[in-house]
Design a protein around this ligand. Structure first.
Ligand SMILES: *[C@@H]1O[C@H](CO)[C@@H](O)[C@H](O)[C@H]1NC(C)=O
Ligand SMILES: *[C@@H]1O[C@H](CO)[C@@H](O)[C@H](O)[C@H]1NC(C)=O
Ligand SMILES: *[C@@H]1O[C@H](CO)[C@@H](O)[C@H](O)[C@H]1NC(C)=O
Ligand SMILES: *[C@@H]1O[C@H](CO)[C@@H](O)[C@H](O)[C@H]1NC(C)=O
Ligand SMILES: *[C@@H]1O[C@H](CO)[C@@H](O)[C@H](O)[C@H]1NC(C)=O
Ligand SMILES: *[C@@H]1O[C@H](CO)[C@@H](O)[C@H](O)[C@H]1NC(C)=O
Length: 344
C-alpha cells in the first residue's frame, strides 16, 4: 500500500482539524507498529516502510533521515533550521513536507538539500522564508511555498527543472521585479499560483505549457497585448481583486480559444471585454460595468454562432436585468447562471 491510501479519510480528518493538508496524508495513529529503519522521534510503519512520519511532535530539529526513506512528513513542528547532516543518507527522498514550521533562510545550511537528488515534491508553506531555498534536484515536479515572506524569487532558482509542473507561491510579498525571469524555460510548468502578493504586472516569461494561472489579489493594472497568445494552452486565468481598468485591457486580448475560465471580478472595468466563444465561465462581478454588450460574447448575434458560456456573473456592477438586451438570450443559450442585480 502506498501513500495514496485513505486519502479521503485524511481529507475528512484534515478538515475536521481545520488544518491544511493538501497532500495525501495518513494520521499516525492508524499506522500500526513502527519498523526498525526509522529515526527514534518518528514512526515508519512496517507496512509502508519508505514513509517516515515526524509530524506534530514539537520537534525543533530534523532527525537524521535513514537511507530508503522516500516520504518524509515533518509538518506542524517547531523546526527553525535545516542541517545538511540530517539528509546525508536521504538520497532516496521523493517527498519532503515541512509545512507549518518556523524555518528562516538563516537557519538553512548551505547545500542542505544537495543530497536530495531524487526529490520530487517540496512542501514548504507556512514558514518564514524570505527567499526560495535551493538549489533543488532536477527531478522536482511540485513546489509549494505559500504563506512565507518571499519578496523575490530570483531567476535561475528553478532553472533546468524540466519536470516541474506546479508552483504555489500565494500569500507572499513578491513584486514583479522580484519574480522577473523566475519561470523561464520550465518546459513542463502547467500550474502557477502567485495570488496575494504585490505584483503590479502579470508574470512574464511563462512557458507555453501553462494551463492554470492564478494572480488574484495583487496590484495588476493591465494585461499586455498578446499576453495570452504566448500561452496557447492556458485554460484558467484568474486576475480578480486587482486594479484592472478598461485602458489596461487591449482589444481582443481575451479572444483566445484555449480559455475556459476567466475571473476578472473585483476590478475597475467599465465594459465587458470581448471573449472567445469557447469561454465557459466569466466572472465580472463587482466592477463598474454600465453596459451589457452582446458583441462581447457573440460574434454574430442572432445567428447560429452562440457562446459556450455557462456561468456569467455581473452582479455588483452598474447593471440591472433591464440592461440585458433581448438578443442576449439567444446568444447565451448555454448559460445556466447569469447574475445581475435584481433592482435598479
Ligand atoms: C549513512 O549511511 C552509511 C552507510 O549505510 C552509514 O554508515 C552512516 O552511519 C549513515 N549516516 C548517518 C548519519 O546515518
Ligand atoms: C516569523 O518570524 C516572526 C518574527 O521575525 C515571528 O513573529 C513569527 O512567529 C514567525 N512565523 C513563523 C511561522 O515562524
Ligand atoms: C523527467 O521525467 C521523465 C519521465 O518521468 C524522466 O525520464 C526524466 O528522467 C525526468 N527528468 C529528470 C531531470 O529527473
Ligand atoms: C477573435 O479570434 C478569432 C480567431 O480565433 C478571429 O477570427 C477573430 O477575428 C477575432 N476577433 C477579433 C475581434 O479580433
Ligand atoms: C461561426 O463563425 C465562424 C467565424 O467566426 C464562421 O466561420 C462559421 O461559419 C460560423 N458558424 C455558424 C454555424 O454560423
Ligand atoms: C449607474 O449609472 C447611472 C446611469 O448612467 C448613473 O446615474 C449612476 O451614477 C451610476 N451609479 C454608479 C454607482 O456608478
Amino acid at each position: 500500500m502506498g501513500p495514496l491510501r485513505v486519502a479521503l479519510l485524511a481529507v475528512l480528518i484534515g478538515s475536521a482539524l481545520c488544518q491544511y493538508y493538501d497532500y495525501d496524508y495518513q494520521p499516525s495513529m492508524m499506522l500500526g507498529p513502527s519498523g526498525p529503519n526509522c529515526a527514534q522521534e518518528c514512526e515508519c510503519p512496517i507496512r509502508f516502510s519508505s514513509a517516515m512520519y515526524c509530524d506534530n511532535r514539537r520537534l525543533k530539529t530534523i532527525p537524521v533521515v535513514p537511507r530508503g526513506i522516500k516520504y518524509l512528513y515533518l509538518q506542524n513542528n517547531n523546526i527553525e533550521e535545516i542541517k545538511a547532516a540530517s539528509f546525508v543518507n536521504a538520497t532516496d527522498l521523493r517527498w519532503l513536507v515541512l509545512d507549518n514550521n518556523h524555518i528562516t533562510n538563516g537557519g538553512i545550511e548551505k547545500a542542505a538539500f544537495a543530497k536530495l537528488v531524487n526529490l520530487e515534491k517540496l512542501f514548504f508553506s507556512f514558514n518564514n522564508l524570505t527567499e526560495p531555498v535551493g538549489p533543488l534536484a532536477k527531478s522536482m515536479t511540485e513546489l509549494k511555498m505559500m504563506r512565507n515572506k518571499l519578496a523575490k524569487f530570483p531567476s535561475g532558482t528553478l532553472s533546468g527543472l524540466e519536470n516541474l509542473t506546479s508552483v504555489h507561491l500565494q500569500e507572499n510579498e513578491l513584486t514583479s521585479d522580484g519574480i522577473a525571469g523566475a519561470f523561464k524555460g520550465l518546459k513542463s510548468l502547467i500550474y502557477l499560483d502567485v495570488s496575494q502578493n504585490r505584483l503590479t504586472k502579470m508574470p512574464t516569461g511563462l512557458p507555453s505549457s501553462m494551463e492554470v494561472l492564478y494572480a488574484d489579489h495583487n496590484d495588476i493594472g493591465s494585461i499586455p497585448k498578446d499576453y495570452l497568445n504566448k500561452l496557447p494552452a492556458l485554460q484558467y486565468l484568474r486576475v480578480s481583486h486587482n486594479k484592472l481598468q478598461d485602458s489596461g485591457i487591449p482589444a481582443g486580448v481575451f479572444n483566445v480559444s484555449s480559455l475556459i475560465e476567466l475571473d476578472l471580478s473585483f476590478n475597475r472595468l467599465q465594459t465587458i471585454p470581448e471573449v472567445h466563444e469557447n469561454l465557459e465561465n466569466l466572472y465580472l462581478q463587482v466592477n463598474l460595468i454600465k453596459k451589457f454588450d452582446v458583441g462581447s460574447f457573440c460574434k454574430f448575434p442572432g445567428m447560429l454562432n452562440y457562446s459556450k458560456l455557462k456561468h456569467l456573473r455581473l452582479d455588483g456592477n452598474n447593471l440591472t436585468r433591464t440592461s440585458v438586451p433581448f438578443e442576449a438570450a439567444n446568444c447565451l443559450r448555454q448559460a445556466t447562471e447569469v447574475t445581475v442585480e435584481d433592482t435598479d
